[in-house]
Design a protein around this ligand. Structure first.
Ligand code: AKG
Ligand code: FE2
Length: 601
């Protein structure tokens, strides 16, 4: 009972995240339900009961069964349904009207938050995330439907939101992502596939609109199936989810810290509220870190960045730990977004920089396979300075691979930054693809492949410049998924430089820069050359910003620019014209994959 109380209070608090419907606290206090809410929650000024109907206040199960136990609830729900019907018709007559969408979602949230999630996720994400009011309703629906544990908030609240808002004019979707839902579901399904039965969820390939429809139908089928199941079922699959009570505890805390007004007259990051939020956020992050540290001592087989089916047969404890980590990480990200809002240009980068160390796949590999101890990988060459051989030995630790077939990966990437001479694609390789790439490089015998690019013994005639890095070559043509993906990235941007059909004719370079390593100013294609020649260069960042300092990639275009790259981001620029360099790394290790597109002969 206590759990249900906490839950309903929590829902009310979350539902109050609705500035437009804010009414006076007095009015709220007159509502019976609000009088039962804990003082911290009552302090909310946005305590309007109008956003909270009785239909929303019962235990979660009610959403799934769709029934309403009292006739008053029934009447209210019917009224909202009718209103939603009208709003839906009005939206149909003007489908791109953001206000109408938000109003519809607000109405539907009164009786069917699951439906709000579906409506929102079925829309073009780029457009949907621009609509702040609709996003609010979506967040509310996620909370009301208790979906926070399996919606990928990295997508929902992280970079994509920001990028959708800031680069809406140029945002491109390169891969197959037809909706946030398919992405979130596929990510979730790959963590825990058996939870979402049905082939198109485990391996969605929704390229065409027909496939998208089939996938949407499958999502609908699955959620119907889920609805039929009692959320608290005793089945082993259900038990591996973070317990509802634990989620409630987090959410209640979350509400107490976040659903407060900004100190008036101050920016959201200033004042006493900001301090509280910061403290809470630090606490969340340290909890995440603790779990990561704990995980480092665990059997690596229990984790893996993506839980596969086999994981379900592993110890329940370890699965639970993973779930808790994911949940905390999501909440930490969400808290950040809600605290600062999706309005600052650097917002998503900062969130990722804060949380990405926790996501470092190497941390999940356990001590015997992790970054700091990789005894099975001997030093590359006896004559290398110990510093660099050390770097190489520890560069890539084996990871648990996710055995997916081609086409099973849905992923979207967006334009993060662009100028006449370059374009930065955010999330060009997502976590999953980075792991696949890591596997690929691990499979190669690095001892054989490594090249030593010091000026004195460089055999590379094409680039005769001062360079100090370690590197290995990777024949991408032997790795069809990689070739296809890289070509996809090149082709997505080739129009802006009016380039014809492109091919990858040269090995990609995996570069490792340790302290003091650098790559001096150069052009990748020194002269304008007849075909086939390097036309576009792509640098894929493999290291997180916290992994190294210094080592900026600098481009000499209209002045020197230093586009910030997070792990998984790629910058593409014309090889013949853009002079660039990698400034000396000051500390840590910087890793990139560099690849060139040629025009066909
Ligand atoms: O590692 C980098 O960021 C760039 C390397 C580069 O410019 C090259 O390999 O040509
Ligand atoms: Fe270069």
């Amino acid at each position: 009972m206590k759990g249900i109380r906490a839950w309903t209070e929590n829902i009310e608090v979350m539902a109050a995240f609705c500035p437009q419907t804010a009414r006076s606290a007095a009015r709220a206090a007159s509502c019976l339900r609000w009088q039962r809410i804990s003082p911290a929650v009552v302090a909310l000024p946005c305590s309007t009961p109008c956003a909270v109907t009785a239909a929303n206040l019962g235990p979660r199960r009610r959403y799934f069964s769709g029934d309403s136990s009292s006739s008053a609830d029934g009447v209210r729900t019917t009224a909202w349904r009718r209103k939603a019907g009208q709003l839906q018709r009005s939206l149909e007559s003007d489908p791109d009207n953001p206000r109408r969408l938000a109003e519809l979602l607000r109405a539907v949230n009164h009786f069917d938050p699951q439906q709000v999630i579906r409506i929102f996720e079925q829309r073009e994400p780029r457009v949907a995330f621009e609509n702040t009011e609709a996003v609010r309703e979506y967040i509310r629906a996620l909370v009301l439907a208790n979906r926070l544990d399996y919606v990928d908030l990295d997508i929902v609240f992280g970079r994509h939101w920001r990028e959708a808002g800031w680069f809406q004019a140029t945002a491109v979707r390169i891969m197959l992502s037809h909706s946030a839902a398919s992405f979130a579901f596929s990510r979730y399904a790959s963590r825990c596939p058996a939870r979402f039965p049905g082939p198109s969820l485990a391996a969605p390939s929704a390229q065409s609109s027909n496939e998208a429809k089939a996938c949407a139908a499958c999502c609908a089928r699955t959620s119907r199936a889920m609805r039929r199941k009692d959320e608290r079922s005793r089945s082993p699959l259900r038990q591996c989810v973070l317990s509802p009570e634990e989620q409630e505890a987090f959410l209640v805390q979350f509400a107490q810290h976040y659903w407060l007004p900004p100190d008036s007259g101050l920016a959201p990051w200033q004042g006493t509220r900001a301090e509280r939020v910061q403290r809470y956020r630090a606490q969340l992050l340290s909890e995440v870190e603790e779990l990561v540290a704990e995980a480092a001592d665990a059997d690596p087989a229990d984790f893996g960045p993506l839980l596969d089916c086999a994981a379900l047969r592993r110890s329940k404890e370890s699965v639970l730990r993973w779930q808790r980590f994911v949940f905390l990480d999501d909440i930490a990200r969400m808290s950040d977004v809600l605290f600062r809002g999706p309005i600052e240009p650097k917002h998503a980068d900062e969130v990722s920089a804060l949380t990405s160390p926790c996501w470092d796949p190497r941390l999940w590999c356990g001590p015997s396979r992790g970054l700091h101890a990789c005894p099975s990988r001997p030093a590359r060459r006896a004559d290398l300075p110990s510093r660099t051989s050390q770097i190489l030995r520890t560069a890539w630790a084996p990871v648990v691979s996710s055995d997916e077939g081609p086409g099973s990966h849905v992923h979207s990437c967006v334009v993060k930054d662009e100028a006449e001479d370059y374009i930065v694609l955010g999330n060009a390789f997502d976590q999953q693809l980075l792991l696949k790439l890591q596997d690929e490089l691990n499979e190669k015998d690095l001892e054989e492949l490594v090249a030593h690019y010091r000026e004195e013994d460089s055999e590379d005639q094409q680039i005769s410049t001062d360079r100090s890095t370690l590197g290995a070559f990777l024949d991408v043509r032997q790795t069809p998924w990689l070739e296809e993906h890289l070509l996809g990235l090149f082709e997505a941007v080739s129009d802006r430089w009016q380039l014809p059909e492109l091919e990858i004719l040269e090995d990609a370079q995996y570069c490792v820069y340790g302290p003091e390593d650098h790559f001096d100013w150069h052009q990748d294609q020194p002269d304008v050359a007849p075909p086939p020649a390097r036309r576009l260069s792509l640098v894929l960042m493999l290291s997180a910003p916290g992994d190294f300092s210094g080592g900026d990639l600098e481009l000499n275009t209209t002045g020197i620019v230093r586009p910030g790259l997070l792990a998984g981001d790629a910058i593409i620029f014309p090889s013949e014209t853009v002079e660039h360099r990698v400034a000396p790394v000051e500390a840590g290790m910087r890793q990139t994959l560099v690849c060139w597109a040629y025009d066909a002969a």
